[in-house]
Design a protein around this ligand. Sequence first.
Ligand code: 5GP
Ligand code: ZN
Length: 114
Amino acid sequence: MNECIFCKIISKEIPADIVFEDEHCLAFKDIHPTAPVHALIIPKHHIPTLNDLTSLDVNIIGHIVNTAITLSKKLGIAEDGYRLVANCNKDAGQVVYHVHFHLLGGRPFSWPPG
Ligand code: 5GP
Ligand code: ZN
């Protein structure tokens, strides 16, 4: 049985505020937003971390980045700017082990990140 919370969002077992969906990926608002715009974009098949990606996943990663660019325009953050972030494993603070990209915008971000 798959206990992954993001797989349950994909299967609609648990609700989410979905902002985009197609055959390959899903985007929804983060439940604890850290910016005025904070969406998560995930592949529709379960991949635990970036380290688990293979050459077969090149297309889905490109598709997710393309989706982020489209969403940034739709959500009104393209012009001022945004951050697209993927955390891998504990040192980066990954807490959900289903690959996801945070699309963050609506305020300035510091660099380097903390
Ligand atoms: P990570 O630290 O793994 O990169 O980020 C996981 C993100 O998923 C966090 O920002 C957290 O707020 C979000 N999250 C965790 N559980 C849920 C959930 O059930 N629904 C939604 N929409 N976001 C979630
Ligand atoms: Zn999953």
